[in-house]
Design a binder for this molecule. Structure first.
Ligand SMILES: O=C(O)CCC(=O)C(=O)O
Length: 299
């Protein structure tokens, strides 16, 4: 075993046997690694159904109506009101390499999008049903949330050939609460491998500090504040290659990234982020809801 593999810890991978949430052992694995893969959590037929539905919504989206590009590297789009006001809407964001020099799409519409976000779970009945299952509610309950609410949903396309790399980050940077309560659920809707740009995590990395805060400045512009400038440890990431139907659960502080998708295969994934309503949600966070669409839990 060389030095690199010696320091490498695997991502715990489990099967949830019934809808009673995580066992004490699974919970201990999650607390230790900050990330846990739940294999076969969602029937593959449900994943296909969500994918078909997402593609229907893409079909109804007119790409001439908006040209908002999402920076996968930065995980945000500074200065873009279409993005900044999408917290309670269903909006579409293109990959950085989607357009040619003349402004035309290089690939089909569905193979040009980076993501759709950020409130499908509250605005669309198919996404609502996929997001609010008793099985997921039980997992969240076993994680100790008193009053969990689903803050955002994202459908991530990671399209063939142009699916952008996502640099190492922590999701509490973007979905900050006091105290921190953000947790991510990343549903693989298709088989995910190194080739089509799987997620990678630094197991145990959630025990370190939050490194950056993304917030709205007093003049209204979104910006980043460095909280800790220690570099991420080298060679510490572990690939989460998972099958369709798996869910990757990860702590809001868990450092993670994903590779580019240069393959000919798509890599559709759906993510939910949950916070505890009992935590304070700052008005400086990018994602804000209008009073007409209050946050909801799993009911
Ligand atoms: O799906 C991906 O490739 C990256 C998603 C991600 O990093 C996130 O949702 O925080």
């Amino acid at each position: 075993m060389d030095d690199k593999s010696h320091t490498m810890r695997a991502i715990p991978t489990v099967k949830v046997e019934d809808s009673g949430g995580l066992t004490a052992e699974q919970l201990a694995d999650f607390r230790s690694a900050g990330v846990l893969v739940l294999e076969d959590f969602v029937p593959v037929s449900d994943c296909h159904r969500l994918r078909e539905h997402a593609l229907k919504l893409v079909g109804e989206f007119d790409p001439e109506s908006v040209r908002s590009v999402f920076s996968a590297m930065e995980q945000t789009q500074l200065g873009d009101t279409y993005f900044e006001q999408s917290g309670d809407k269903i909006r579409f964001f293109f990959e950085q390499d989607a357009f040619d020099a003349d402004g035309n799409l290089r690939q089909s519409k569905e193979d040009s999008l980076n993501k759709m976000g950020h409130a499908m779970h509250d605005l669309d009945s198919v996404f609502d049903a996929f997001s609010r299952t008793p099985e997921l509610a039980a997992i969240v309950d076993s994680l100790g949330y008193d009053d969990p609410v689903i803050l955002q949903s994202m459908y991530i396309f990671k399209p063939p050939r142009i699916g952008g790399e996502v640099h190492c980050h922590q999701d509490s940077t973007f979905l900050y609460t006091e105290p921190e309560s953000c947790i991510g659920f990343w549903f693989a809707l298709e088989d995910v491998t190194l080739e089509n740009g799987c997620m990678h995590f630094i197991p145990g990395g959630h025990k370190g500090p939050l490194k950056e805060l993304h917030y709205r400045d007093t003049d209204g512009t979104m910006t980043f504040k460095t909280l800790d400038d220690t570099p991420w440890p080298e060679n510490a990431t572990v690939a989460a290659e998972v099958k369709a139907g798996s869910v990757v659960v990860f702590d809001g502080r868990a450092p993670h990234l994903s590779g580019a998708n240069l393959s000919d295969k798509s890599r559709h994934a759906y993510t939910l982020h949950v916070i505890d309503r009992k935590s304070h949600y700052p008005a400086e966070n990018w994602l804000q809801r209008s009073a007409s669409l209050p946050l909801r839990g799993f009911n």
